[in-house]
Design a protein around this ligand. Structure first.
Ligand SMILES: [Zn+2]
Length: 105
């Protein structure tokens, strides 16, 4: 494989696929205990283009990028529009304005 230009430690996301050996589980069922899957460096992921595991120092970053993307996705799903603290604050203001117009006697 030919080395590309630029720094060796690229922060770009590499396309990963589920490890076919352990089926993404990162471990293989042994007789007495689970064994770390050697095919994917016990990550459950291999490079889509080559089917091989990434070196550990690169693998950590790639998993982090994937995790960050997943967490962003989750937090977007958890935050429907117009129900944040701002929406609650505006609602409170409206109630306050209405209350002040009312006379008690
Ligand atoms: Zn594996």
């Amino acid at each position: 494989m030919r080395k590309s230009h630029g720094p060796a430690f690229s922060k770009q996301m590499i396309e990963l696929v589920q490890c076919p050996t352990c089926k993404g589980k990162a471990v293989i069922k042994g007789v007495f205990h689970d064994l770390a899957c050697a095919q994917c460096n016990a990550s459950g992921w291999v490079v889509a283009a080559t089917g091989e595991a990434l070196p550990l120092e690169e693998l950590v970053t790639q998993l982090s990028l994937r995790l960050q993307a997943a967490q962003r996705h989750i937090s977007e799903l958890k935050q429907p529009r117009a129900t944040g603290p701002e929406a609650i604050y505006q609602e409170g203001n409206r109630r306050g304005a209405g209350g002040s117009n009312r006379t008690l006697d």
